[in-house]
Design a protein around this ligand. Structure first.
Ligand code: FAE
Length: 545
């Protein structure tokens, strides 16, 4: 997706700006869409208090966490959500909540002093620049063989992602989640997830005529001329709003290169969908800038949960200990895996089984660009929201999303993020000496994914007489093989958990996020994460509560 573009001048930032950007991080809990606070006896306004006893605590506010929160709250259960990132509900001094991809600033990266843009170079120039260290929205988390990009803040990955809302083809579902009944998923939970997420489709006539999707039409022409299936992909960005952007009637977001560091308009992130609905029940409290560090059995039943409070510089300003009857791990594939592996190894949760930390995959992500001929211009104005893909999964093991490069200048480049059937799976382990969790992924493992992506792009290059770009990921480097946007696995369903996400070894502990999925979804993952969470929480509410 709209990964990154040439960076603009570095943003000067004053202490006042920083404070303004901090946002109101408290008091999010009880305000529904109407703005009316609904008091309940069990859910408190503002962040969770030290010593609190709560019925359900959710670690993380991404897709899995938001589904669990809404359905538990609707079932009458007061829910406390703990989120290490910020609330992202208050504008900075520029009047905007989120930074633009062309001018990354303090809001853009999680506790880095230099940006780490997925697309790091352009025309021979490195793009990264210094930024003040801040609890920004995009985490580029480095492990030895891979950088894993993740959203940080209330809404998790929905804040930063490209919104591509793809349901896997049904005949591929057995590969994605082998232990789950496909009929149930396709009849009930995928439709429920799509409705809950506010998924919509682009109007084809508009797609065919608007300047901002010229790049995608070039992608279509090249795909079809080489005999590949070209598919239109639904999105959670409101295409009606985008049409109004193009007409000049509303403030621009997708048409102003917003993505990756947040969208100020148009996109239905979880804040606008599941979380808004959950808050409207009056039973939800969210504590941003709180990071869960420990979960262990409490002497009187339930679990003791320890968390650190952070300031926007990333310093720990306090520690809180609470008790929860049930804990839902929804910290994302990496966050949940890191917590569980550490807690098992350090003796806090020794009865977790040996599957914890295993089965982690990168959804086969690899990126590349192609250099087009001068007569195949991709357009100066590019919508940052991808809406199409090339499907060569069955023949070549690759599904390539036709991604934008919204630099504001004509690049004559076609850019793609491929999801490939890369079979490699990595494991997390506790590094006692360093006091951290490591991941044993190797960069060389990407080669199989690259070979699968080449099943599409070698053919297109041959047909079109074009070549790969070598200037986007370094100097003379074709493949973006150092990263993933789609971490999956680490607490795999029916292995580390039962077939509904109940962690083996402890009743009342659940995994309910991307960690359940064994490494690959064949397409972009969040619809599957949402649908699986819908399935699992329904079962848990019916049988456990
Ligand atoms: P996630 O959304 O990552 O939420 C986990 C939350 O837990 C985060 O808010 C964390 O800050 C928080 N957290 C972690 N550790 C702790 C802790 N110890 N204490 C408290 N809080 C914690 O998890 N997917 C698509 O389907 N379509 C796309 O177009 C797409 N584009 C993407 C573009 C980018 C740049 C990125 C980074 C991802 C993209 N994805 C896309 C992937 C998608 O966002 C991701 O699969 C989901 O967000 C994962 O959902 P989870 O619920 O697993």
């Amino acid at each position: 997706m709209a990964d990154s573009m040439p960076a603009g001048p570095s943003t000067a930032i004053s202490r006042r700006t920083l404070l303004a950007g901090t946002g109101s991080i408290v008091g999010l809990g009880l305000l529904g869409r109407t703005g009316h606070a609904r008091a309940t006896t069990t859910a408190a306004a503002g962040p969770i208090g030290n010593g609190a006893h709560v019925p359900a605590l959710i670690v993380g506010t991404g897709y899995g966490g938001s589904v669990a929160a809404l359905r538990l709250a609707q079932a009458g259960v007061p829910v406390h959500m703990i989120e290490m990132g910020m609330a992202w509900d208050t504008p900075g001094s520029d009047g905007k909540i989120f930074a633009n991809t062309r001018t990354p600033d303090y809001r853009s990266y999680w506790l880095r002093t230099r940006t780490k843009q997925p697309l790091s170079n352009f025309l021979g120039f490195p793009l990264d620049k210094n930024v003040p260290r801040y609890t920004g929205i995009l985490d580029a988390e480095d492990f030895s063989g891979i950088t894993v990009y993740q959203g940080r803040g209330v809404g998790g990955g929905s804040l930063v992602n490209g919104g591509m809302a793809v349901t896997p083809q049904r005949d591929r579902f057995g590969y994605v989640l082998p232990s789950v009944d496909a009929n149930e998923m396709y009849n009930v939970y995928y439709p429920r997830a799509n409705a809950g997420l506010g998924v919509n489709q682009i109007d084809r006539a508009w797609f065919d005529s608007t300047d901002c999707y010229q790049y995608a039409r070039v992608g279509r022409k090249h795909a079809q001329r080489s005999g590949f299936d070209f598919v239109y992909v639904p999105n959670v960005y409101d295409f009606g709003y985008m049409e109004q952007e193009a007409a000049g009637n509303v403030p621009r977001s997708a048409l102003d290169a917003e993505i990756l560091y947040g969208n100020n308009h148009g996109k239905k992130s979880l804040q606008q969908t599941y979380l808004a609905q959950a808050k409207a029940t009056g039973r939800i409290t969210i504590s941003p800038l709180h990071r869960v560090t420990s979960v262990s059995p409490a002497s009187g039943g339930g679990y003791t949960v320890v968390m650190e409070q952070l300031n926007t510089g990333g310093d720990v300003t306090g520690t809180k200990t609470v008790t929860a009857d049930r804990v839902f791990f929804a910290a994302g594939s990496v966050g949940t895996s890191k917590l569980l592996v550490k807690l098992k190894a350090t003796g806090a949760l020794p009865n977790l089984n040996n599957e914890v930390g295993k089965g982690w995959g990168d959804n086969g992500n690899v990126m590349c660009g192609r250099a087009n001929h001068m007569w195949d211009a991709t357009g100066r104005l590019q919508s940052s929201i991808p809406t199409a893909g090339i499907d060569n999964w069955d023949a070549g093991g690759a599904f390539a999303e036709v991604a934008p490069l919204p630099t504001g200048i004509e690049t004559y480049a076609s850019f793609y993020l491929s999801i490939t059937k890369n079979p490699h799976r990595a494991a997390f382990s506790w590094n006692a000496g360093a006091g951290r969790v490591d991941l044993n992924w190797q960069t060389a493992w990407k080669q199989q994914g690259i070979d699968m992506a080449k099943s599409i792009f070698d053919k297109i290059n041959r047909k079109e007489g074009t070549i790969y770009r070598t200037d986007l990921f370094g100097t003379y480097k074709i493949w973006g093989d150092h990263l993933t946007y789609h971490p999956l696995g680490g607490a795999v369903l029916n292995k580390a958990t039962d077939n509904y996400g109940r962690l083996h070894g402890y009743s009342g502990l659940y995994a309910i996020d991307g960690s359940l999925i064994p490494g690959n979804t064949s397409v972009n993952p969040f619809v599957t994460i949402t649908a699986l969470a819908e399935r699992n929480i329904e079962k848990i509410i019916t049988t456990d509560l």
